[in-house]
Ligand binder design. Structure first.
Ligand code: NAP
Ligand code: G4F
Length: 356
């Protein structure tokens, strides 16, 4: 018999798919909220589709959230759904606010209405720190630098207010950038590893990028979803910063990726001003001391290992023989619920489950 029930919003995304796998390994009954799209986009969950239940709904639609919570009757809700791409938040600030800010108010209020005993995880973001000097921790004041970040700040405070005002067990996980072979293809890490594979097979000649000086604290996504669960298993609800405590510039990510395949990035990369942002979070670096101390969480995969894992996966997906170190690292360091083969659920495909 399954021990707990969970509803994951954003289950078709990078984190939602890994979290679903992780919770299945903990014997949870997993429900996922999916929105209607004209083509089915369940590629990241196709390998676990027969083990989970998908429920139709949208963060923009209050009734669908109430119904999803009633239908799944969860012990824990993980709210991972959002419009998560920062350039889109500049082009569609109002839509981003609807999903990424008000969507959270809708989920929280649905929980309050249906069953306030449900535990709630909110996918908060290091982007909320924006221009705040590094390193950033739970006490660092927010200085958001994009419509996305501003929406996440609203969501953060709604989560804190429902915790304090309605005594809901609600936690903010303030996660720094975390990547994987399942990362969306427009985010800079995946754009780079995928481009390298396409250059190697001759499908692409140049890679066009924006600000190479921006600095990020990049970790490996499967490790980060474990912290979401850990937060909801504590005695008291709280907020936690999660990151590696190590920072690198986009340029370093480029250098490492191309040199892994013995190429010089300077021969392939060009700067395209279209990829510069109106304002930028220049320097995001986690101080994860609280997560380490209270959750006992320590990342295992390093920056260079992350690059090798992602590059191997994109090479394999492109039909090339991977260099191989990334695969070996994963087998050696990760094991358990997370395996190489599952990581390869990253392309386009169809699904068996239909939601109405
Ligand atoms: P992602 O891959 O972009 O996934 C986003 C998910 O949200 C997708 O499943 C998407 O569904 C769903 N979604 C978007 N709008 C929706 C709506 N109106 N109603 C229902 N579902 C909707 O994002 P991720 O990288 O997994 O990140 C998960 C969460 O963590 C996001 O909230 C993100 O903002 C936050 N976060 C991410 C990072 C990171 O580095 N990855 C760091 C900090 C915080 P479709 O598949 O239909 O588009
Ligand atoms: O990969 P990115 O698009 O991720 P960004 O903006 O840091 O946001 C991601 O992490 C956040 C956590 O901090 C999440 F909350 C958010 O949902 C998302 O997952 O860009 C990383 C950096 C930026 O400084 C950007 O300006 O890379 C720089 N960059 C340079 N050239 C580029 C490009 N980013 C993209 N996407 N594409 C480029 O061509």
């Amino acid at each position: 018999m399954a021990n707990k029930r969970t509803l994951i919003t954003g289950i078709t995304g990078q984190d939602g798919s890994y979290l679903a796998e992780f919770l299945l390994s903990k014997d949870y009954e997993v429900f996922g909220l999916v929105r209607r799209t004209s083509t089915v986009n369940y590629e990241r969950i196709k390998h676990i589709e027969d083990k989970i239940t998908l429920i139709s709904g949208d963060l923009l639609d209050q009734n669908s959230l109430i119904n999803a919570i009633k239908e799944s009757n969860p012990d824990e809700v993980y709210n991972l759904a959002s419009q998560s791409f920062i350039p889109t938040s500049w082009k569609q600030p109002v839509f981003t606010g609807e999903a990424t800010a008000l969507g959270v108010a809708r989920v929280l209020d649905a929980i309050r209405t249906v069953n306030p005993k449900i535990k709630f995880y909110q996918a908060s973001s290091s982007e909320m720190f924006g221009a705040a000097p590094p390193p950033q921790n739970e006490k660092t004041p927010f200085r958001p630098r994009s419509p996305y970040a501003a929406a996440k700040v609203y969501a953060y405070w709604m989560t804190a207010n429902y915790r304090e005002g309605y005594q809901i067990f609600a936690c903010n996980g303030i996660l720094f950038n975390h990547e994987s072979p399942r990362r969306g293809q427009t985010f800079v890490t995946r754009k780079i590893t995928r481009a390298l594979a396409d250059i190697l097979v001759g499908k692409q000649k140049k890679l066009y990028l924006g600000n190479l000086e921006a600095k990020r604290d990049w970790g490996y996504a499967p490790e980060y979803v474990e912290t979401m669960w850990l937060m909801l298993q504590q005695d008291e609800p709280d907020d936690y910063v999660v990151g590696t405590g190590e920072v690198h510039a986009v340029k370093e990510f480029l250098e490492e990726t191309f040199s892994y395949a013995n190429l010089d990035w300077r021969e392939y990369v060009e700067i395209d001003p279209r990829y510069f942002r109106p304002t930028e979070a220049e320097y995001l670096l986690a101080d994860p001391a609280k997560a380490r101390e209270k959750l006992g969480w320590e990342p295992k995969i390093t920056f260079r290992e992350l690059i090798k894992i992602m590059t191997d996966a994109d090479m394999e997906a492109a039909g090339l023989k991977p260099v191989g170190e990334g695969k070996a690292i994963l087998e050696k360091k990760f094991g358990g619920w997370h395996q190489w083969q599952a990581n390869m659920s990253m392309g386009n495909g169809r699904s068996g489950q239909e939601t109405g």
